[in-house]
Design a protein around this ligand. Structure first.
Ligand SMILES: [Zn+2]
Length: 298
């Protein structure tokens, strides 16, 4: 074989090989394109169905959430109804207990007495209690007070003692008869004009009620002289209301003579009001006073 022929055969072999490779390449490319395209389409379809499923799921979730909210609202409404009924029952029973308490509380306890309105001369407190002798100015003369307020008075006296104040009780409950003889003795000592101007008259009903106390100190005793300048009076002015006691006849009151020693129990709540407003019981309207009756012994 000559050299030229040899070259021509080699070229043909190369060309045909290249052609085959090109054809194979085209086939492979076409197939790959087709494969990838169908794979892509399949994934598109499944994605769409997944999206659809997801949509359906979130719809169901929304529906169940709405149902849940409805149930919650319903439950809250039931709860509120239940609470409202509970409150009604409670307010009813508290009304019953208030009425019961009121029916057992003597209306006279917060009555305003004056030179024209007295307590019935036969009135006697239901239960009286003796004041501890250590608190009396005259230990040989027992003093009684309305039993229901005895603890409030004991608390007041103990508190004064703790504060280093020498505070004593001179008088508490006085019957109509005792009051009469006391007044008679004042008339003998001071003359009827002077005797009529102080406690023998104005404190009359309050002492018969068993809720009024005449305080004094060991030094002052039963003269009452200078009590308004004593530390005992200053202490009472600042603290007695905490124990339900109120000064019945303060200085410059328009009704009566100033009696710094004479304190009447009116209940803690009313005493606080009077103290805060710097008023005497006699300045308040009786109807307003009566609203405090239910809390009298609290
Ligand atoms: Zn008095």
């Amino acid at each position: 074989m000559n050299k030229a022929l040899k070259h021509s055969v080699t070229r043909r072999v190369i060309y045909s090989t290249l052609a085959s490779l090109l054809i194979a390449g085209l086939f492979y490319g076409g197939y790959s394109y087709y494969f990838l395209k169908s794979a892509y389409e399949t994934s598109e379809a499944s994605n769409a169905s997944f999206q659809y499923g997801l949509g359906e799921l979130s719809d169901k979730l929304r529906a169940s959430e709405a149902l849940n909210n409805d149930l919650k609202t319903l439950l809250q409404a039931r709860q509120q109804e239940k609470e409202a009924i509970g409150q009604q029952v409670q307010s009813l029973s508290s009304t019953v207990s208030i009425l019961d308490k009121l029916s057992k509380t003597d209306k006279q306890l917060l009555e305003k007495y004056s030179s024209v309105y007295f307590l019935n001369e036969n009135y006697v407190p239901p239960t009286l209690s003796s004041i501890d002798a250590s608190f009396l100015n005259r230990q040989d003369k027992p003093v009684q007070i309305l039993a229901g307020i005895a603890q409030h008075l004991a608390d007041l006296l103990n508190s004064a003692k703790t504060a280093g104040i020498q505070l004593q009780v001179l008088s508490g409950y006085r019957s109509f008869g005792t009051q009469q003889s006391l007044k008679a003795s004042y008339k003998t000592v001071y003359g009827s004009g002077t005797a009529n101007s102080f406690s023998a008259d104005q404190g009359y009903s309050e002492h018969q009620l068993g809720t009024a106390v005449d305080f004094t100190t060991p030094l002052i005793g039963d003269t009452f002289s200078g009590f308004s300048k004593s530390s005992a009076y200053a202490w009472l002015t600042a603290n007695a209301y905490l124990y339900g006691f109120n000064l019945s006849y303060p200085k410059n009151n328009t009704h009566f003579v100033f009696e710094p020693w004479h304190w009447r129990y009116v209940g803690v709540e009313l005493a606080k009001k009077l103290h805060d407003e710097n008023k005497s019981l006699y300045e308040l309207d009786q109807r307003e006073i009566d609203t405090y009756l239910v809390k009298f012994f609290d």
